[in-house]
Design a binder for this molecule. Sequence first.
Ligand code: LLP
Length: 443
Amino acid sequence: MYLQGTSRINEKGRLEIGGCDTVELAKQFGTPLYVYDEALIRETCRAYKRAFDETGLRYQVAYASKAFCTMAICKLIEEEGLSLDVVSAGELHTAIKAGFPAERIHFHGNNKTPDEIEYALEVGIGEFIVDNFYELELLSAMAAAKGKTASILLRVTPGVEAHTHEYISTGQEDSKFGFDMGSGQAQTAIRKTLNLPAIRLAGLHSHIGSQIFETEGFAVAIARLADLYEWAAKEAGVMLTKLNVGGGFGIRYTDKDAPLSPADYVRAIADTILAEFAIRGLEVPEVIIEPGRSIVGPAGTTLYTVGSTKTIPGIRKYVAVNGGMTDNPRPALYQAEYEAMLANRACEPATETVSVAGKCCESGDMLIWDVRLPQVEPGDILAVSCTGAYNYSMASNYNRIARPAVVFVKDGQADLVVKRETLDDLIRHDRIPERMQAAAPIR
Ligand code: LLP
């Protein structure tokens, strides 16, 4: 397993994160356990900001909270001076309750409900990223009714789709998100906003994909967006002052992945924006990026306890842990690959190849196929790295399995930031209809 941030092997031959022995963490908080390296999260936030500071651009780094949203991470992001991207009333509520300043919150989503818009207008968020004509009219009417003006970016689909090492320039993009550029919908939306009194159009937004390892897709998208800024200035008579190029910066899950550094992504984006706006004689807008995965992904490690094992001679050995697709659905959903180690015997040489299975009643509940480990025994603590993004946030209660606890570790201190769910938590919202309670027991 590749050790990132403050992770290291300590004198006892155990995995240590944030100065905390993970075997002790497992004892203290139980397993499965999500462990976050707080210093690494903060360092990544700062790396993005440092890189922007060097460009001289006006900017915001908005953490995409969908990757991992709890009150503690919102607080940390606030302390680091970042902005926050939310996509639901739940994420917004988490941020507001954590004391996150509303004016630094951006609200995304292709189907924001009236209740969600109401909440966001009420607390006074900084920006709505408007996705479609329905939302534009709804937001305008709701803001006007409150006597407020909503500052918005229009989400546009520039016809670029990027995944890992490839990007596809699709022209007319088939996506549920945003206003299409190719068909002229984006231009229509820009004109429309100018006639809506309760809406102030600040700029455009585009997001081209996730887990991206190169910068070419961003460059193509930015050039197309710059065309639209030029069109807006010349044809619609509006100077757009902000440009949000989304998130999607890739991270290393296994050695198949070769991401750029935050600084590399920022420099490439900034250089392209400076060049594309200069050749069009346009003022350079404030630049916004929305990294999620890259801020929290590498900082998260999940600790499990090994239970049963099953060896099929000549085929494979299955090692089952006390979690699985309920705390990490990514292998089942996306064939995502992870690395692992035995946290309690971190110095022992790998002697066998095993496959790590979850405990759900589903054959697809496999966390890792073919990982090299020392001879695995029941009771071992298995650490799976790089689980900080889209694990806790996508966790489920399938099979009525309780969701794990989350701890932040730093300088030898471990703080519980999300309590482990209890069995009673699982039935907290259940109700038995009265007519069933009244009925005689079935014999
Ligand atoms: N901005 C927008 C508008 C987005 O839709 C997303 C991610 C981001 C920013 C942050 O992207 P990131 O920097 O985290 O790649 N559940 C999937 C990932 C879905 C990403 C959705 N949008 C996974 O586990 O890989």
